[in-house]
Design a binder for this molecule. Structure first.
Ligand SMILES: Cc1cc2nc3c(=O)[nH]c(=O)nc-3n(C[C@H](O)[C@H](O)[C@H](O)COP(=O)(O)OP(=O)(O)OC[C@H]3O[C@@H](n4cnc5c(N)ncnc54)[C@H](O)[C@@H]3O)c2cc1C
Ligand code: SF4
Length: 331
C-alpha cells in the first residue's frame, strides 16, 4: 500500500478546505469501498480526510414536508428509521437487499452514492481500463462482460452502477445536497451520476473538493404501492444483475403516477420518464406493464455475455409493477 497521511475533519467546511489544498486527497466515511480500492492499488490517495465523525448523521423532517437524510447516516440507520419505514418503505427495502448487516452498519449514505463500479477489470490493475487510467482501453468490451451495462454504454466503458440504495433514490426523485468552496448547492438525484461517454473516469457531477451533506426525500413516498426487486446470482450478499424500483400511485386500478428505476443495467440508476409516461392514466394490467417494459428496454444493447439481461430486465419490470400494484403474485 502507498504511504498516506490521515487527518480528521472538524466540520464540513474544514473537510472542504482540506480537500481543496490537495487534489490527491480522499474523504473517508465508512471506508467499506475506499479501503478495498486502496488495498487493490486502484485508489492511491496521499491523504485521507476522515469525515466519519461529522455531525451529518441525523434523519429529520425537511422544510418541504419530506425527510432529510444526513450523508453520514449509515445504511442501517436509514433502513431501520421509523419514518423511512413508514413513508419510504421502497428505500428501506432496497438498502436491506444490499451487502450484509456488518457492511450496512459501516456504510454511509454519501459513500453509497459514490461507490465505484464492480467491473472486475477496474479492480485488476494490470488490465487496461479507461475508468482507472483514461485512454488505456476497456478490457470488458471484448472480455467477460456478464455483469455489465446494457443501456447508456459507450465505446469507452460499459460498467454498471452497483448500488441498490441509489435505484430507490432515483425512483423516489430525491435531491442531493453538497457543500464546496463556493458554498452549498443541491441537484436532483437524476443529475448526480453521469453516463460514461468519453470520460468514464468522471462518474458524478460532484467536484473533487465538494462533500455530500444530505439527501432529501420528497413528500411523496409511494408507500402504498411499491416494489424493489433484485435479481442476482445468490439469494443474498451479491450485487444485482438487474434490479427494479417500481412505484405506483393508484386510483382504484387506474394509474395516476408511476416511477420506475433500474439498477445493474447502466452506468447510473436508469430512469426513462418518457417510457414511464406510458402508464399515465392507464389501467394497471399485465399488457400495460409489458408495454412499458418494452419501451424501457427499447435501446438496450447486449455484449457477448450479458445479452440475457435484456429479457431479464424486461421481465423484472413487469413483475415489479405487478407486485407494486397487487402484492406478490406468481406470473
Ligand atoms: C462485500 C461488499 C458487498 C456489497 N454489496 C452491496 C450491495 O449489494 N448493494 C449496494 O448498494 N452496495 C453494496 N456494497 C457497497 C457498500 O454499500 C458501499 O461500499 C458503501 O455504501 C460505501 O459507503 P462508505 O461510507 O463505506 O464509503 P467509503 O468507502 O468511505 O467512501 C466511498 C467513496 O465515497 C467518498 N465519500 C464518502 N462519503 C462522502 C461524502 N459525504 N461526500 C463526498 N465524498 C464521500 C469517498 O471519498 C470514497 O471515494 C457492498 C460492499 C462490499 C464491500
Ligand atoms: S467497463 Fe469501464 S470500468 Fe470496466 S474495464 Fe471497461 S472502462 Fe474499465
Amino acid at each position: 500500500m502507498n504511504p498516506f497521511t490521515y487527518t480528521r475533519a472538524e466540520d464540513a467546511a474544514d473537510a472542504v478546505r482540506e480537500a481543496t489544498t490537495d487534489r490527491a486527497a480522499r474523504f473517508i466515511a465508512g471506508g467499506t469501498n475506499l479501503l478495498d480500492l486502496m488495498k487493490e492499488g486502484v485508489e492511491r490517495p496521499d491523504r485521507l480526510i476522515d469525515i466519519s465523525r461529522l455531525a451529518l448523521k441525523e434523519i429529520l423532517p425537511n422544510r418541504e414536508g419530506g425527510l432529510r437524510l444526513g450523508a453520514l447516516a449509515t445504511n442501517t440507520d436509514v433502513a431501520y428509521n421509523e419514518e423511512v419505514g413508514r413513508r419510504y418503505p421502497l428505500l428501506a427495502k432496497a438498502i436491506l437487499a444490499g451487502a450484509s448487516p456488518q457492511l450496512r452498519n459501516m456504510a454511509t449514505l454519501g459513500g453509497n452514492l459514490l461507490q465505484r463500479t464492480r467491473c472486475c477489470y477496474f479492480y485488476d490493475i494490470i488490465t487496461p481500463c479507461n475508468k482507472r487510467i483514461p485512454g488505456s482501453g476497456c478490457s470488458a468490451l471484448n472480455g467477460f462482460n456478464r455483469a455489465h451495462a446494457i443501456l447508456g454504454t459507450s465505446e469507452r466503458c460499459i460498467a454498471s452502477h452497483p448500488s441498490d440504495m441509489c435505484v430507490a433514490l432515483a425512483a423516489l426523485g430525491a435531491k442531493v445536497h453538497v457543500s464546496g468552496p463556493e458554498g452549498d448547492r443541491s441537484m436532483p438525484f437524476a443529475d448526480f451520476h453521469r453516463l460514461p461517454g468519453d470520460t468514464p473516469h468522471i462518474e458524478t457531477n460532484l467536484h473533487f473538493n465538494e462533500i455530500i451533506t444530505a439527501v432529501d426525500l420528497p413528500v411523496k413516498g409511494f408507500a402504498d404501492h411499491h416494489c424493489y426487486l433484485k435479481v442476482r446470482d445468490r439469494a443474498s450478499y451479491a450485487f444485482a444483475l438487474v434490479s427494479v424500483a417500481a412505484t405506483l400511485d393508484l386510483d382504484g386500478d387506474r394509474i395516476r403516477e408511476s416511477r420506475i428505476a433500474l439498477g445493474g443495467v447502466a452506468h447510473r440508476p436508469w430512469r426513462d420518464p418518457q417510457a414511464e409516461s406510458l402508464l399515465d392514466n392507464q389501467r394497471a394490467t399485465g399488457e400495460t406493464f409489458e408495454r412499458v417494459a418494452e419501451a424501457l428496454l427499447r435501446e438496450a444493447k447486449g455484449f457477448e455475455y450479458n445479452s440475457f439481461k435484456i429479457e431479464m430486465a424486461r421481465r423484472a419490470v413487469v413483475r415489479a409493477l405487478h407486485t407494486a400494484a397487487f402484492g406478490e403474485v406468481l406470473l
